[in-house]
Design a protein around this ligand. Structure first.
Ligand code: G3P
Length: 200
């Protein structure tokens, strides 16, 4: 029990590491919280500092979700414990203890936590997301597609025990994207090809 609680805390702290801020500051000297969409995630780092630094942020944010969940498997295979570890890492990203309990939108970290939990459903959701981004040009729409399709692929593949987690993540990511959803509905969301968002 103590090991499980300890690991939940460690997962939260790992999720809290603001890789996007560190990478953007170190490479182009920009604080992504102050420019572009004002998000610390990979999309905004790519927008502000360049594609390769966005990819670096994406990989780091993904790993900080995948690693604590993968290690949690060595403590227990209980679906509730694994789901709570995943949520702890995600909440670290969204409410980082290193960023005054503010943070990012939890998409890359969602991909990360589901890689050890349900690899193929997440792979299919990533393919659906990439298709939507390719067709629409909107990364945010692709992110929403990812979390909407995930419970469906989990259901179809028989990973039923992780559907509650996926539904919580669906609500969380819609909430973190509420400004993007507003811009999308007004036709004001910027394509990923554009460098910066208009002032919000
Ligand atoms: O994963 C974040 C993405 O969906 C939206 O990013 O910077 O355009 O708000 P951004």
């Amino acid at each position: 029990m103590l090991a499980k609680l300890l690991w939940l805390g460690i997962a939260y702290i790992m999720g809290s590491i603001p890789f996007g801020l560190v990478i953007a500051k170190a490479t182009c000297g920009i604080d992504p919280r102050l420019d572009g969409s004002k998000n610390v995630g990979a999309t905004n780092v790519a927008r502000l500092c360049g594609f390769k630094f966005g990819v670096a942020t994406l990989i780091c944010d993904l790993l900080k979700g995948a690693i604590p969940v993968a290690i949690a498997f060595t403590i227990s295979h209980n679906w509730l414990f694994l789901s709570l570890v995943a949520l702890a890492a995600l909440m670290g990203h969204v409410r980082s203890c290193f960023l005054d309990f503010k943070g990012g939108k939890a998409v890359a970290t969602t991909v990360g936590v589901f890689i050890p939990l349900a690899f193929y459903p997440m792979l299919f959701s990533c393919i659906a997301s990439a298709f939507v981004i390719w067709r629409s040009g909107y990364v945010s729409l692709g992110s929403l597609t990812l979390v909407v399709t995930l419970p469906i692929f989990l259901f179809l593949s028989g990973h039923w025990s992780f559907i509650p987690l996926a539904l919580v993540v669906l609500a969380l990511v819609f909430w973190t994207h509420r400004e993007n959803i507003g811009r999308l509905s007004r036709g004001e969301e910027k394509s990923w090809l554009k460098k910066k968002h208009e002032e919000q």
